[in-house]
Design a protein around this ligand. Sequence first.
Ligand code: CTP
Length: 398
Amino acid sequence: MLTDKRILLIIGGGIAAFKSLELIRRLRERGAWVTPVLTRAGAEFVTPLSVSSLAGEKAYADLFDLTDEAEMGHIQLSRSADLIVVAPATADLMAKMAHGLANDLASTLLLATDTPVLVAPAMNVRMWEHPATRRNVSTLRGDGISFVGPNEGEMACGEYGPGRMSEPLEIVAAIEMALAEGPLTGRRVLVTSGPTHEPIDPVRYIANRSSGAQGTAIARALAVMGADVVFVTGPAEADRPEGAHIVEVETAAEMMAAVQSVMPVDAAVFAAAVADWRVASASDSKIKKNNGKIPTLDFAENPDILASVSQMGTGRPDLVVGFAAETDDVIANATAKRTRKQCDWIIANDVSPETGIMGGTENAVTLISDEGAETWPRMGKDEVAHQLASRIADALDA
Ligand code: CTP
């Protein structure tokens, strides 16, 4: 619930602005107070009257219209909120934020505030992928701005790809996470999750059976405890955790690059089932049948992401947690893996087919640390996630 939480909602100019009307309704249903601010372009897509009717509060539109400067100045307006939400956040608004421009009410509020900010980008896929926007996103992330979306899909302009604004309920979930308070408030935690896909050619790849369910559950549990979660995931079936910053990757090499780009973090949990090998020279064109001749694949070793973060020296997270999926001698193998990779904890589990753990809803794990091995009873993956998140909170506090 968001009872009595104050949200300052900045509505940028884009076709996705129509979704901000439903967002206001959903926030009001949950007991939040919404103060809407429209950029000049935002007001071309939705009217101040419609947003203020839904919000039950005055909609602010332009710095120089702010007759209330005496009654409620822009600094006051931004600081009285618990959270500032920018939805839709256009490429232009994000560029202004990244460069500290303050030439209208929305950008002035964003510069004048020390309140946390959540951004829901919406733009054409080419604009989202443009190096200038990539730079701005990474500046804003570095400034501690949270993101929800964008999603991938058909766009109003007819193109397909990432750039669609998240749906109102996804934004509400991200707001709930952003406002969640708990033992991990103020901590940034990385979670890797899912399988990786290693291409053979443009249509075939090597993968594994990881569903990403345990990683998603861990990310959710950490976010519920107030952590700022960065979730780097391979192409997993499981839902993406609400409220986390999601980074989608495909291969182990991409996962490594994504992990390096989100550092520093206070803790890192490596739940991904990363492929140990990739095809050394993946073909750029589809490999065809060739008169019964069977193709041979040569493999190259992938970078070990867990080991490299565990051994990074300066900037190493305070706590690094790895997973060990084993079928034999679970504890001995996992203990050796912890020493070899130099992580702080290993969560070991038996993934023999008869356990039904791989792809199932339950897990039976042993936490291996420098204090030895502690076996937890078999329980749901959500419960394992909750216990692990509590232990991470205790360890970071110690
Ligand atoms: N891991 C990683 N990068 C890799 C491989 C694994 O970050 N290239 C991480 C996984 O996310 C997990 C742990 O390392 O936390 C698992 O170790 P790994 O050596 O991959 O386990 P197995 O594949 O089970 O290893 P082995 O074949 O040695 O049993």
